[in-house]
Design a protein around this ligand. Sequence first.
Ligand SMILES: Cc1cc2nc3c(=O)[nH]c(=O)nc-3n(C[C@H](O)[C@H](O)[C@H](O)COP(=O)(O)OP(=O)(O)OC[C@H]3O[C@@H](n4cnc5c(N)ncnc54)[C@H](O)[C@@H]3O)c2cc1C
Ligand code: FES
Length: 506
Amino acid sequence: MTLPTYPESYWLATASMPGFGKLDRDLETDIVIVGGGITGITTAYLLAKEGRRVVLVTAGKLLNGTTGYTTAKLTAQHDLIYDEYIGHFGEEKAKRYYDANMDGLQFIRKLAEEEGIDCDLVKEDAFIYTNDDWKVQTIEREYQAYERLGIPGSLEKSIPLPVPSLRAVVMKGQARFHPVPYLKHLAESFVRMGGVVYEDTTVDKVEELGDGSVQVTAEEGRTIACRDAVSCSHFPIPDSAFYFARLHAESSYAIAARAPGEGELPRGMYLSADKPNRSVRAITYGGEKLLLIGGESHKVGQKEPGFKHYEALEEFARTAFGATDIVYRWSAQDFETTDKLPYVGRVAKDKLHIYTATGFRKWGMTTSVVAARILTDNILSRNNPYADLYDPSRFHADPDLATLAKENVNVAGKLIGGKLEWLRRKPEDLGPDEGGSVRVRGRRAGAYRAPDGELFVVDTTCRHMGCEVEWNDGDRTWDCPCHGSRYTYRGEVIEGPAKKDLERLR
Ligand SMILES: Cc1cc2nc3c(=O)[nH]c(=O)nc-3n(C[C@H](O)[C@H](O)[C@H](O)COP(=O)(O)OP(=O)(O)OC[C@H]3O[C@@H](n4cnc5c(N)ncnc54)[C@H](O)[C@@H]3O)c2cc1C
Ligand code: FES
């Protein structure tokens, strides 16, 4: 089985974003947005449209976070959730969740149409299917939930894909797109409206000062004084409301494969409800037709070797669709909240001018628009019909409590278990392109030997809260099992909540 050497997202490889400089002086503005993914860019765009002075700062380049590594289905079919939401939150809230996401989808569709954005936006139905006898009832209950909520859909005995299935629930009138040209258009419009973007600028602190203003402090002590700040940084800054205990990070993998033949690509977007999960959609951008297959979800840093997940997806593409040519592969992660509803609004009850949007559960394409609209309305003191549903200060006893307890036991186990782990392997035992935990001077460390023999040794203590990071040989990264921080093999942070690099050891 041959895999490309390094992961590369189809989206970032086939379309590019404009480039911007680094924050190099102190500033003053109305609003600072932290985070250059779909949520940050959409929020910045909407606020600039309202005539506000907005500065967007992001670590690394625009779209280097999860947005650049998504599968870009635009849908309100966020897995099997409607039956569960009715049970936990009631019919009215479950319906509002659907409406909010359909509004989000409609916003993207309308903007792309009106402004002629060439982003491969294609209308498709969304399917969730099972081939497991035990899951048939679950699918049927989900369809009944659609009927109760008035969601246009159907219940099917099979799906039009060459994979076995017993039952499927279909949500009508959804879509797929290429996020980069769409967000490029938004970013350029933002700048035309007077917005300012700084890349390669990691924010360390966002704090309210005594006089009611907000100060955003970036690397090298650069500050931006503002009235409001919004953390669209995946993990909220500041974590002043125990987000580390209320969020967990899930990884997923994707591959893009050459389709077997012109015109044979499946219509529709598919997601299996079985384990291991599979997601299927087509890409038809720039004359190219590819099959995009995703799945193999697991908690960050808590599963078997990463390359096995890519191999499993490739095997599926080959057996089900006859695909042989795997042209792109990538992985990314997204946060999930304890009650499965995202957090959008004030970061904490006592922070009047600091906001966040996170916990999208791998469904951030439409949710980012919902979030951007809520945040815009919050900042402009306007009502929003969905604000209370997503309010981070909500607390749903069921299922929050049970999940919260489970997450914290899991994290405590990783904090203690990782430290006590006894390792025999030493850095010199590693072969070319091999990495893993090793023992250095009697303590645990992490090492990776590059193909040319160079050895990179890091302290495996995560710079967020001290859990031990784990080696991911699929992407050659160090991943933290506690709250999802990720680092390159050199130790450079590529995904928060950690803001500092792992310590390099000699
Ligand atoms: C494999 C996979 C497939 C998915 N498929 C779908 C799909 O089909 N449909 C769907 O709706 N959703 C999907 N999702 C989810 C969706 O992609 C995400 O929810 C969405 O991209 C999140 O966008 P965001 O802007 O909130 O975060 P991100 O895109 O992660 O952006 C966060 C930004 O914040 C920056 N940042 C972080 N910390 C700091 C700091 N301290 N200072 C400055 N900047 C900082 C990062 O550099 C990054 O630019 C998928 C997710 C995964 C992992
Ligand atoms: S991400 Fe929290 S300890 Fe590593």
